[in-house]
Design a protein around this ligand. Structure first.
Ligand SMILES: Cc1ncc(COP(=O)(O)O)c(C=O)c1O
Length: 413
């Protein structure tokens, strides 16, 4: 497609882009179980107002835009408080879970080199850890040992202990992990890391804005945050269950000294001192300002309300699935995520996913084992009954069908 010779009008552009969206997932109707998390009208209103205010600014240089330095410090401070970080803690905002995880891997590598002279760094992670850790290993030259999970889908501590070597710089756990929604045994994993002098990263990209509120609402909660000795870094995504528009996550380090291993500082070129906290150079201000705005719009009360609605919806859905012949939930999820699998050979769960998709419901497909991923959030709460009725009908329809397609979880074009 060539660049148009003459510019289009705003109305033409809006119409053209609107036309492109007709086949997009219907998140605003509560029909997506992942990808977009809808905090409701008050969140939209404040995010849209603030997005317009901060559309053009650049957080590459917070000297030029001190507002963005303050916004980042305050957002990080709120997260530190929520995750019971010590006063020594320090962090940065990033563009998302992947960037936060990449920075945890990079920081662990640098720490291993500086403190233990490790030149061939290695990390140990459960098979359930997010693919972003492998991306980080690939980018930063860190070897991986991926350890199968225990039958309850949690990290297998003994098997992880066996995988540690003298070169291990990082041990990974998730709270909760993405595929089945269970929280790994973080105290045991952090103890392994501490004993080896390695870093321990807790991936709370999904749980960071759910677990603290569940705990306040009185749910029994496995220890996962900075109250666990040995946890060195935590990632948490504002743009997931923080209900912030896309492009906002936080990485926290237990101390400012540990955070130094994350940053990149360089002055060996003709452009002067260049200091950068994470992967991006130019950094959009919009997600940072929206994060500040949504955190302040919702407040503790708002997050407790959304978390209550989310967990109630997730539990109603899981109870409904238990009553559908041919389907089951894998393991015993700890919070708002679960995986739906076939409980008999006559049911192809991907065919169920295809049938749901025809009705406008969206689940990511995952394997092994073949299952439909569900991250439940507050936006799903109003349509739980409708969803369960369709899920039951689609399971019946899928029985007579060819095997479903596994479209995967990827974008290469
Ligand atoms: C547990 C977990 N960690 C990390 C990520 C990566 O986050 P992002 O897609 O924002 O890069 C995800 C994404 O779903 C996740 O579920």
């Amino acid at each position: 497609m060539p660049l148009p010779e003459h510019g289009l009008t705003t109305a033409e552009i809006v119409a053209a882009l609107d036309a492109k969206r007709t086949r997009d997932a219907r998140w605003h109707e509560g029909r997506t179980f992942g990808l977009v998390f809808d905090g409701g009208p008050e969140v939209h209103e404040v995010a849209e107002a603030v997005a317009a205010m901060f559309l053009h600014e650049n957080a590459l240089n917070t000297g030029a835009f001190p507002s963005l330095g303050e916004i980042q410090a305050e957002v990080v401070g709120i997260c530190a408080e929520l995750f019971h970080a010590p006063p020594t803690a320090a962090g940065f905002m990033t563009s998302g879970g992947t960037e936060s995880i990449l920075m945890a891997v990079k920081a662990a590598r640098e720490r291993g080199k500086a403190e233990r002279g490790i030149t061939d760094p290695h990390m140990v992670l459960p098979a359930s850890a997010h693919a972003a850790f492998h991306k980080g290993a690939h980018y930063f030259g860190v070897r991986t040992t991926t350890v199968p999970v225990a039958p309850d889908w949690r990290a297998d501590v003994d098997a992880m202990a066996d995988a540690l070597t003298d070169d291990t710089v990082l041990v990974v756990g998730s709270a909760p992990q993405y595929p089945q929604g269970v929280i790994d045994p973080i105290p045991e994993l952090a103890a392994l890391a501490a004993e080896a002098g390695a870093s321990c990263h807790v991936d709370a990209c999904m749980g960071g804005f759910v677990l603290p509120f569940m705990e306040r609402l009185g749910s029994p909660m496995a220890p996962w945050d900075f109250r666990v000795p040995g946890v060195t870094t935590i990632s948490a995504d504002l743009h997931k269950l923080g209900y912030v528009p896309k492009g906002a996550s936080v990485i926290l380090h237990r101390t400012k000294e540990l955070r130094r291993y994350q940053t990149f500082v360089f002055d060996g070129w003709l452009g002067g001192l260049y200091a950068s906290p994470a992967m991006q150079g130019t950094r959009p201000a919009l997600p940072m300002a929206c994060a500040w705005a949504v955190l302040h719009r919702l407040g503790m009360e708002g997050y407790l309300r959304l978390t209550r609605a989310t967990i109630d919806a997730a539990e109603r859905i899981r109870a409904g699935i238990a009553g559908i012949d041919g389907l089951a939930v894998l393991g015993r999820p700890d919070a708002h995520m679960h995986a739906i699998t076939a409980s008999d050979p006559a049911t192809d769960v991907f065919a169920v996913g295809d049938a749901l998709g025809e009705g406008g419901w969206y689940h990511d497909k995952q394997s092994p084992p073949p299952s439909l991923h569900a991250t439940v959030s507050a936006g799903n709460a109003p349509v739980v009954e409708e969803y369960l009725a369709d899920l039951r009908a689609c399971t019946d329809t899928a029985r007579g069908r060819e095997a479903g397609t596994n479209a995967g979880y990827a974008t290469l074009d």
